[in-house]
Design a protein around this ligand. Structure first.
Ligand SMILES: Nc1ncnc2c1ncn2[C@@H]1O[C@H](COP(=O)(O)OP(=O)(O)O)[C@@H](O)[C@H]1O
Ligand SMILES: [Mg+2]
Length: 293
């Protein structure tokens, strides 16, 4: 949920990314807006090619946008020196890739994989030991600590990958299709784990996925289409849910970008015969749009 009065933790505004391939320009992001509060779990949901990985790589500090602004905590991602980029990647963000094999070193045990990021940042051995064991417990794999990735299932590997990503206590966890290679049941377990990490450690989590079903497992789901966030769905905690029931409804909103634009769904435009322009009305605290021919 957004907290009015508190600055959001992560803000992308008017984000553009243009890839140049030979003479061709590919616009991967076109004015993307995203705002995430500290401690939120959100999913960015979109079809293949909609710009999800491009956005996540920018948030991870692996890539820079062509235009726009990105702020995460105290970091302005467009103004960072090389030294700050290194600091940002080591301290602020943890990253989980879709490909289970890309997250872990195959010749290291689960424990050694989790310990490695702490070795790189000079964490003392006692603390490394304690943190690695604690993280393996959090992801439910204390009993698999000496197994190498090849001796773990896909779901277990992703759970170790989450522990690795959390090793240096990053406030932000980014996950690119973390359940993409898993069956439905294992995928739900990984999502439940991410929610658990969020509530136990307070980590802000951004998951990108092509799977709309994930929307029901997160607090807020933002749709991305053609490099632009267009709508978002928020789960409403209903009265029944508060008293222990399962009911939870969702409500869909249009996103207003930094220039005040909203994207009206194509079927609505067609239904109301809205083409080139609209007449704007404001009354009773509501905005109406009607076809201006
Ligand atoms: N390195 C790149 N060079 C050129 N085009 C790219 C590159 N990376 C992504 N694209 C293009 O940008 C668009 C968005 O890609 P991507 O962010 O990977 O989408 P998604 O993760 O949603 O599938 C696609 O059209 C893709 O082909
Ligand atoms: Mg992708």
């Amino acid at each position: 949920m957004t907290n009015p009065g508190n600055d959001p933790y992560l803000v992308c505004s008017g984000l553009f990314k243009i890839y140049k391939v030979a003479d061709l320009e590919v616009v991967a992001l076109r004015g993307l807006e995203l705002s995430v509060d500290r401690g939120e779990v959100i999913a960015v949901v979109g079809a293949s090619g909609s710009g999800k990985s491009t956005m996540l790589n920018i948030l991870a500090g692996y890539d820079t946008p062509s235009a726009g602004t990105v702020h995460v905590g105290k970091f302005d991602l467009l103004q960072m020196t090389n030294k700050e980029v290194v600091e940002y990647r080591r301290q602020e963000v943890g990253f989980v890739w879709q490909e289970t094999s890309r997250n872990l070193f195959p010749y290291l045990t689960a424990y050694e994989n989790v310990e490695l990021p702490m070795l790189l940042t000079g964490v003392p051995s006692k603390e490394r030991e304690q943190r690695s064991s604690e993280l393996l417990e959090i992801v439910g794999l204390g009993h698999r600590r000496d197994h190498k990735p090849g001796q773990l299932s896909g779901g277990e590997q992703q759970r170790v990958a989450i522990a690795v990503a959390l090793a240096n206590r990053p406030p932000l966890l980014l996950a690119d299709e973390p359940t993409g290679e898993l069956d439905d049941e294992t995928a739900s377990e990984v999502l439940a784990l991410l929610n658990n990490v969020n509530s136990e450690l307070g980590t802000t989590i951004v998951i990108v996925t092509h799977d709309p079903a994930i929307s029901t497992s997160v607090g807020r789901a933002v749709a991305i289409r053609d490099g632009k966030t267009s709508t978002e769905t928020t789960r409403i905690v209903s009265f029944e849910r508060k008293i222990g029931g399962e009911a939870s409804e969702t409500e869909e909103f249009l996103i207003v970008d930094s220039s005040g634009s909203v994207q009206i769904p194509r079927d609505v435009l067609d239904q109301l015969a809205i083409h080139r322009r609209v007449r704007l009305g404001v009354s009773d605290g509501k905005v109406t749009l009607e076809s201006g021919e």
